[in-house]
Design a binder for this molecule. Structure first.
Ligand SMILES: *Cc1c(COP(=O)(O)O)cnc(C)c1O
Length: 204
């Protein structure tokens, strides 16, 4: 494993449930990269802020329904949660037919702990999903993998597994690590950490 310095890690401030005032306070301190988990909440909170601060980079880190794809592509710069062919098809179709798309970067979410209730492609199915995208949606360039490890287990083995999957697929970005485990994630190769409560305090 090559050593990684903190300056190479992108800090995504996870602002879900946080009010605009708290977000703007962080922007004024220089934070430009943010994450939200719901399309509608992001539209309501961010459309105005993004006009005011054009260099904001907004990540979708929650699951995406196909009927929200159009809106998601208009408000988010990065969609981190591609996980199934039907979603790939819908995104590819919207990109081909719309002219007000903001989104340029796409990550695949991996269900790294193979948990029934979680989104993400199963680790074993990742190569097939990548091949599907390459064949059927060449306008979607996958540049990263994202995961949320099981809440009740030590995260390190899951971070290591995501790193291995990315290496095997030749994918360079790894979005992993939250308030409780971002140091471990950076140690295991995270290029993007998603931190909410450690920046904003507890969510209401
Ligand atoms: C809420 C959330 C985070 C941030 O969690 P914290 O523990 O508050 O840092 C990170 N990633 C995802 C996918 C989330 O939904």
């Amino acid at each position: 494993m090559s050593p990684i310095s903190a300056s190479q890690v992108n800090l995504i401030a996870v602002s879900k449930t946080q009010p605009q005032a708290a977000i703007i306070e962080l922007i004024e301190q220089g934070q430009l990269e943010f994450g939200e988990n719901k399309v509608q909440e992001a539209q309501e909170k961010w459309t105005q802020i993004c006009l005011q601060y054009p260099s904001i980079k907004l990540h979708l880190i929650g699951s995406l329904q196909t009927n929200k794809v159009k809106e998601a592509l208009q408000v988010f710069d990065v969609i981190e949660t591609i996980d199934r062919p039907s979603l790939v098809d819908k995104i590819a179709k919207e990109i081909a037919s719309s002219n007000n798309i903001v989104c340029k970067e796409f990550f695949i979410q991996v269900n790294i702990g193979e948990e029934a209730q979680k989104g993400g492609v199963m680790p074993n199915d990742l190569p097939d999903l990548l091949a599907y995208i390459e064949t059927n949606a060449p306008n979607i360039k996958i540049t990263g993998l994202m995961c949320v490890p099981p809440a009740d287990k030590p995260p390190a083995p899951y971070f290591a597994l995501l790193n291995k999957l990315a290496n095997e697929a030749g994918i360079k970005n790894l979005s992993m690590g939250m308030s409780g485990d971002y140091i471990e994630a950076i140690r295991l190769g995270a290029t993007h950490i998603r931190v909410g409560t450690a920046l904003f305090g507890e969510r209401k």
